[in-house]
Write a protein that binds this ligand. Structure first.
Ligand SMILES: [Zn+2]
Length: 366
């Protein structure tokens, strides 16, 4: 029995939710094997049920493999994945979740991220993709997700990130896009999906990410928002998305990435969060679940590995993940992608709050 198996066996299910119990070791080999298995198993029920977001699954799997220090293109079949992403582009310039599916800005971003990861952005019709995304913008600066007209701040992030990847950010009215996001800011410093909607950590990532790309982080109430985000840490060490909700591994990414953008990732207890993510590993079979003891999936494997990357908890010399673009840092660098970030402020939480309230907070750089 390997050391990992021994640790898994010793860690009874009941202790997984006990924050005083030490976590099992990180098992990168098993997670890589899990990702390869999921990518190859086209006959599995899960594969069929998730067809509508196939290209997003490819993005999560490829990025997680890269963060694990693996040759993702070689191990997951790069040329076939380039063809899969290209095949999702429709005549309107946008991409669907799979070949033959209607275009949507969510899948357009995923497809462009896949092509960026594989160095193949030139293999799609970039001008048509940019025109599709830019045309989704509404007079108030918001973006629809597709031609059916639903508006959500998630789509603001997807649109600006997609245009940045295409080198066509100027095709949108970035100023008005930022103004719409600002209109969705709440009394608690967080953001919802539309003006007046409840703050939610997933939306906070989309809104702050959009403002980082738009270079308007000055619009964020940084101390208030970082306080609200830090309050998301539960007794288990994991993070939840809203008050009174259970911790979930995906918020390790949604929240920690925003705190990184705003220079405050040390406002949560990184060691306790790391312990929670490690307890969400499926140690016999690989993969990471939303919470300890649950079944793993590609989405939470990506966000768990992404969270560990932001925590500096992945062993070895490998690319980190860019908090704004959610891509390996070397990919972001090679594409020349730029976004605004705030330098880390090492003052204590209350000192930082007080300084910022006095107008003497950290200057926004980049
Ligand atoms: Zn989740």
């Amino acid at each position: 029995m390997s050391a990992v198996d021994e640790a898994a066996a010793a860690l009874a299910y009941a202790t997984l939710n006990d924050p005083t119990q030490p976590p099992p070791p990180f098992a990168p080999e098993r997670h890589a094997a899990y990702l390869k298995r999921v990518a190859a198993d086209a006959g599995a029920l899960e594969y069929a049920l998730t067809e509508y977001m196939r290209v997003s699954g490819v993005y999560w799997g490829l990025t997680a493999m890269r963060l694990l220090g693996r040759d993702a293109a070689a191990e997951l079949g790069g040329p076939a994945l380039v063809e899969l992403a290209r095949g999702c582009q429709n005549a309107d310039g946008g991409f669907g979740g799979a070949r033959g599916h209607d275009s949507h800005v969510l899948y357009t971003l995923s497809a462009l991220q896949v092509l960026a990861l594989l160095g193949a952005l030139d293999r799609c019709d970039r001008a048509a993709a940019a025109a599709y995304v830019a045309a989704l913008q509404q007079p108030d600066g918001s973006f629809c997700g597709d031609r059916w007209g639903e508006v959500d701040t998630r789509f603001s992030y997807c649109a600006l990130a997609a245009l940045a990847l295409l080198g066509r950010l100027g095709d949108a009215d970035v100023g008005r896009a930022a103004a719409f996001v600002d209109a969705c800011r709440n009394f608690d410093g967080g953001y919802g999906c539309a003006p007046g909607a409840e703050s939610h950590a997933g939306q906070v990532f989309c809104c702050v990410g959009a403002l980082a790309i738009a270079r308007r982080l000055d619009l964020v109430d940084r101390p208030l928002l970082c306080w609200w985000l830090a309050e998301r840490q539960c007794d288990s060490g994991g993070l939840n998305g809203r008050p009174e909700k259970q911790a979930d591994v995906c918020y390790s990414w949604w929240i920690l990435s925003v705190l990184r953008m705003l220079g405050a990732d040390h406002w949560i207890d990184g060691a306790r969060l790391r312990s929670f993510i490690l307890k969400c590993q499926d140690l016999p079979d690989g993969g990471i679940a939303d919470r300890p003891g649950n079944c793993p999936d590609v989405f939470h494997t990506f966000f768990g590995v992404g969270g560990l990357s932001l925590l500096g908890a992945l062993p070895g010399d490998r690319p980190g993940i860019d908090a704004v673009f959610a891509l390996p840092e070397d990919v972001v660098e090679s594409l020349g992608l730029e976004a605004q970030t705030v330098p880390r402020n090492d003052a204590s939480l209350l000192d930082a709050w007080a300084a910022e309230r006095r107008g003497g907070g950290a200057a926004i750089v980049k």
